[in-house]
Ligand binder design. Structure first.
Ligand code: FAD
Length: 390
């Protein structure tokens, strides 16, 4: 059974992505990993190669190519070479910030931000999570208060990818003056450019994906013009829910690509390593473990490929996307763990790709909504319509 998802255009795009990865990312990745920060030039080089902002319409500097299979090809290539930190940085901009601006940003916001996001001259982050609220976003405390035509934003965010390298952040803030757990219309989104009062805090020391920066962000009475509000006041949470399918799908795609890449690296390793006079691959246990892994990967690819086509057709629901994210990220965690075991002691050494993959995979069941929250979302849909065929 061959995978039939891609056509010639996707394969041509794959060649460009692979060359970009080999030429621009590979020579520097180890250094970025050490510094916890990739060079800004990776963004502009990606922009020059047409790898960013694929869905942006031509009038705002893009190519208007919303077909998600191109984003998928890019993730597969970064996973293949174990450069998933670059995929994560691009994911935050292209699967989170961008869809919100495309769906709800004014023409003025689009003109100011989108061309730079496509060229890579502008890097953005997405600031939802706070020290006291991650899964339960209604608990966030960052507030935006009107001051004439402007807003003043004050608060603290945490775990923000591209938080230090970014030039602007899409910030979720409370706009109804309430405290405690807010109602669904208590929050709004703002596109906030770096400036007075907006300062990145600590660079967080992550266990994996270290070549991408993740930070705290502080907003101290940051003055934001009314024109930087995204869409309407009070609609921020609704917009975020609306964009969940793409955010979750992006993580499922990366998880599947990572599992496949780890499997392939492991097959190469066990074919070359011997013990007791045999290749490790020739032990029955190894073959059985790999048989399970390959079968799980193919089932997962089938599910994720279908989800990508549903997303392209506009029919992927948040619950569908929760199922794909739950399944693919849990598989990636378990598969990279078993691949590591087949490497023996070398699996525990960071210079071996499998250990990096294991550490990268560990994020995927947490970030973008934990597995427990995915189960909540799926479980609620069952409870709401118990007799409907899912
Ligand atoms: C490396 C990294 C990068 C990130 N990047 C970003 C980013 O760019 N922007 C951003 O806004 N956020 C980002 N995040 C935040 C991420 O999305 C959150 O960490 C995640 O949503 C979980 O929130 P939390 O950490 O506050 O955990 P909590 O919400 O405190 O959860 C703690 C535990 O309780 C469980 N739990 C919570 N509620 C329930 C429930 N109702 N039922 C059962 N169990 C429950 C959770 O599943 C988890 O196991 C990033 C996180 C990391 C680690």
């Amino acid at each position: 059974m061959e995978r039939t998802l891609f056509d010639e255009d996707h394969e041509l795009f794959r060649d460009i992505a692979r060359e970009f990865d080999e030429r621009t990312v590979s020579p520097h990745y180890a250094e970025w990993d050490r510094l916890h920060m990739m060079d800004r030039s990776v963004w502009t080089s990606a922009g020059e190669q047409g790898l960013l902002g694929l869905a942006v319409p031509e009038e705002f500097g893009g190519t208007g190519m919303p077909d998600y299979r191109f984003r998928m090809v890019l993730d597969e290539e970064f996973a293949r070479s174990n450069h998933l930190a670059v995929a994560l940085a691009f994911h935050l901009q292209d699967d989170l910030v961008l869809p919100h601006l495309l769906a709800h940003g004014s023409d003025d916001l689009k003109e100011r931000w989108l061309p730079g996001m496509v060229s890579g001259e502008i890097v953005t982050s997405c600031a939802w999570t706070e020290p006291g609220a991650g899964s339960d976003l209604r608990g966030i405390r960052t507030r935006a208060v009107r001051d004439g035509d402007d807003w003043l934003i004050t608060g603290q965010k945490v775990f923000i990818g591209n938080g230090i390298s970014g030039d602007a952040s899409l910030v979720l803030a409370r706009t109804d003056g309430s405290s405690g757990r807010g109602s669904s219309d208590a929050f709004s989104l703002f596109m906030v450019g770096k400036g007075e009062g907006y300062s990145p805090g600590r660079q967080l020391d992550k266990m994996g994906l270290r070549a991408s920066d993740t930070a705290e962000l502080f907003f101290d009475d940051v003055r934001v013009p009314g024109a930087d509000l995204v869409g309407e006041v009070g609609q921020g949470l609704r917009y975020s829910l609306e964009q969940l399918p793409q955010a979750r799908l992006g993580i499922a795609v990366a998880a599947t690509a990572l599992a496949r890449a780890s499997y392939e690296q492991t097959v190469r390793y066990v074919s070359e390593r011997s013990a007791f006079g045999e290749r490790v691959l020739d032990f029955q246990n190894t073959r059985h473990v790999l048989a399970d892994i390959l079968t799980e990967i193919r089932v997962t690819e089938g599910f994720v490929d279908r989800a990508v086509l549903a997303f392209n057709a506009g029919s992927l629901t948040p619950v569908d996307a929760a199922q794909v994210k739950l399944w693919a990220s849990e598989r990636a965690t378990s598969i990279t763990d078993r691949c590591l075991q087949l490497h023996g002691g070398y699996g525990y050494i960071l210079e071996y790709p499998v250990s990096q993959a294991f550490l990268a995979a560990r994020l995927l069941t947490i970030f973008g909504g934990t597995s427990e929250i995915m189960r909540e979302s799926i479980g609620r849909s069952i409870a709401d319509q118990p007799t409907r065929r899912k």
